[in-house]
Design a protein around this ligand. Structure first.
Ligand code: P6P
Length: 320
């Protein structure tokens, strides 16, 4: 079975990008090892501090963030990085050609209840001074590569450098990710939706109407019986969609009306949209493709509707 390096070289990936991805994966292998020890690693629970989002940091959030920063700083091709857990960008190597943005441990509220979490990463070209926020504010359509590592029953890497999406499984013996699914394609049609229904009364009417029509099943205007999933871990939801299709939504809601949504554009919305589109799916903020959104700040949020292309088009139609 092929390794990540072998696949990347076969795709003609520049060595600088291969090394950058390798640095990310070295960190993720250590994160996987710590996660799978659970309570025995003595790093469950809270770190007793908050991140820039005002969220309580889990010890593993901090450990994961520090691992990624450490490996990426040691990679000469990385000019700088931005993290959900860092207020400001972190400069790495002045001669570097890439910016790496990441959510080191997405869904970390699930760790203490042993539910799947993941690391999400996005790679942009380094333009200008990597210590300046402006260098990072590039739309998602500028991404060179994106991926996630999902720490579930097995640890998987889902990666694209713009030439389709491959899935690799961590071989714990060899401690290497081996190719297990090549050129994954998301079915255009689906019967499975993922949304946090407890927020229903806070959604805008268009989203309320769309979800209500899905719940009407075969007798409703969408003429099919839908099933629902909600893991409360974006990486797990997106991985299910990459694997078998579906639509995932975290829309704007009136609880915090000044925010476009809960999820972050730069290191959640954009990398996941890149992967989903590379696998033949679609990703919208209900008004435009997520990857066309011009970021105004590193930690800005975005409304997310992504997955099976035909279903996303239906959802967007309700909003226009
Ligand atoms: P809620 C995890 O905290 C996260 O950022 C995403 O991974 C997940 O999809 C969402 O928030 C869950 O949010 O409001 O259902 O807890």
């Amino acid at each position: 079975m092929k390794t990540v390096r072998q696949c990347l070289h076969a795709e003609g990936t520049p060595q600088s990008l291969v090394e950058t991805l390798d640095a990310i994966l070295l960190a993720c292998k250590e994160i996987a090892s710590q996660l799978h020890q659970g309570a025995l690693a003595g790093i469950l629970g809270c770190a007793g501090q908050e991140n820039v989002q005002g969220e309580t940091q889990k010890k593993l959030d901090v450990v994961s963030n520090d691992l990624l920063k450490s490996y990426l700083k040691n990679c000469s091709f990385v000019a700088g990085m931005a993290s959900e857990e860092e207020d400001d960008p972190v400069e790495a190597n002045k001669e570097g050609e890439y910016l790496v943005l990441f959510d080191p441990l997405d869904g970390s509220s699930n760790i203490d209840v042993n539910v799947t979490v993941g690391t999400i990463f996005s790679i942009l070209p380094a333009k200008g001074d990597a210590s300046k926020v402006e260098s990072y504010l590039q739309p998602g359509n500028q991404q060179i590569a994106a991926g996630y590592v999902v720490y579930g029953p097995s640890t998987l890497l889902v990666l694209s450098t713009g030439k389709g999406v491959n899935v690799y499984t961590l071989h714990t013996g060899a401690l290497d990710f081996l190719l297990t699914r090549e050129q994954v394609k998301i079915p255009a049609v689906t019967k499975e939706f993922a949304i946090n229904m407890s927020n229903q009364r806070f959604w805008e009417p268009a989203m309320q109407n769309y979800v209500a029509d899905m719940l009407k099943g075969e007798e409703g205007p969408l003429e099919k019986r839908y099933n629902m999933r909600w893991v409360a871990s974006m990486v797990a939801e997106v991985h299910r969609i990459i694997t078998r299709g579906g639509i995932f939504m975290y829309p704007w809601d009136s609880r915090e009306p000044l925010k476009p949504g809960k999820l972050r554009l730069m290191y959640e919305g954009n990398p996941m949209s890149f992967l989903v589109e590379q696998a033949g799916g679609a990703a919208s903020n209900t008004k435009m493709d997520i990857m066309d959104v011009q970021p105004g700040s590193i930690h800005e949020r975005v409304s997310v509707v992504l997955g099976s292309k035909t279903e996303v088009e239906i959802a967007v139609k309700y909003h226009n």
